[in-house]
Ligand binder design. Structure first.
Ligand SMILES: [Zn+2]
Ligand SMILES: [Zn+2]
Length: 123
């Protein structure tokens, strides 16, 4: 049996600065990767990519004092195959293992449960 892998979950709010696109200012980001060393950046999904295809915009940041940088990354492909049968994990290609379905995220599970019960605890 292997130990469960937990989500990193580091948070940052995007502050206004000259290079930040307006639509991301105030966005609350939470790292979706598995726990990782401080030497690798945090990542959160920041939107759909403008070009068609299996790409998404990801915000990347070092720590809570740094500014998130946006960039398009390819989706993490799980299974090759025909376009309609290909499967992707929710992370980006080249992320540190494991893939998203193997990452435990108790907070996300609690949020889904509360949402299913119709409880909004955030505001
Ligand atoms: Zn992280
Ligand atoms: Zn993956």
């Amino acid at each position: 049996m292997t130990d469960p892998v937990f989500v990193c979950g580091a948070r940052i709010t995007v502050l206004a600065h000259p290079t930040a696109p307006r639509e991301v200012i105030g966005m609350k980001l939470r790292c979706r990767c598995a726990e990782h060393p401080a030497t690798t950046p945090h990542h959160d999904f920041a939107g759909e990519a403008e070009r068609p295809g299996p790409f998404a915009v990801w915000a990347r940041w070092r720590d809570e004092t740094s500014r998130p940088v946006l960039g398009e990354l390819a989706d993490c492909l799980l299974e090759e195959g025909r376009e309609d049968t290909r499967r992707y994990c929710v992370l980006f290609s080249g992320h540190a293992p494991p893939c998203s379905w193997q990452i435990h995220d108790p907070e996300q599970q609690a949020e889904s449960l509360l949402a299913a019960l119709g409880i909004d605890w955030r505001e």
